[in-house]
Design a binder for this molecule. Structure first.
Ligand code: S3P
Length: 178
């Protein structure tokens, strides 16, 4: 087996652009379990894109929906298939105290981190992050990464993702959870 038998959801946390979704998808397929992207799940249940939710209802509303969706994903996976799932969260999810407590209590939490240059490069490929529209993306990412490091570091598993292909990162995550 690639990893010991997983009986809790694996939840990926960390900054925008670090590769939580790409790494999560590959990891899930290696482990033979489902993958869910919490941001996509929020968009599906709200029937709106994340920029639309921010624009129409604001960040607090989004955080509240995000907490509910993540709680539902974690609890349903534990009830329905023994916690055998990989969940990618949006970059701010783990910074909400209630969401963080829930994840730490019920999941195996993995913090993915990258150098700022990598985050800037990867976030520049997609135009769907409202927080990066408020100014210079590099400055915003630098500030958020500093503000959030204290939260992210509460994750028991810490993996640094380089600027190259995700395969090395995935191997480090597998080592971390084994
Ligand atoms: C956010 C990250 C985004 C998304 C929203 C807010 C954040 O997810 O949830 O734009 O606060 O860092 P990604 O980390 O998948 O980009």
């Amino acid at each position: 087996a690639l990893a010991r038998r997983i009986d809790r959801p694996i939840v990926l946390v960390g900054m925008m652009g670090v590769g939580k979704s790409s790494v999560g998808k590959r990891l899930a397929s290696l482990l033979g379990c489902p993958f869910v992207d919490a941001d996509e799940e929020i968009e599906r249940s709200a029937q709106m894109t994340i920029p639309e939710i921010f624009e129409n209802f604001g960040e607090d509303y989004f955080r509240n929906g995000e907490r509910r969706v993540i709680a539902r994903l974690i609890n349903e996976s534990l009830e329905d298939f023994g916690g055998h799932i990989v969940i990618a969260t949006g970059g701010g999810a783990f910074c909400n105290p209630e969401t963080r407590a829930l994840i730490l209590d019920k999941a195996i939490t993995v913090w993915l981190d990258s150098a700022i240059d990598t985050l800037v490069e990867r976030t520049s490929r997609k135009d769907n992050r409202p927080l990066l529209k408020e100014g210079n993306p590099r400055e915003i990412l630098t500030r958020l990464r500093e503000e959030r490091a204290g939260h992210y570091s509460q994750a028991p598993i810490h993996v640094v993702s380089g600027s190259g292909p995700h395969v090395q990162t995935i191997n480090k995550v597998l080592q971390g959870i084994s």
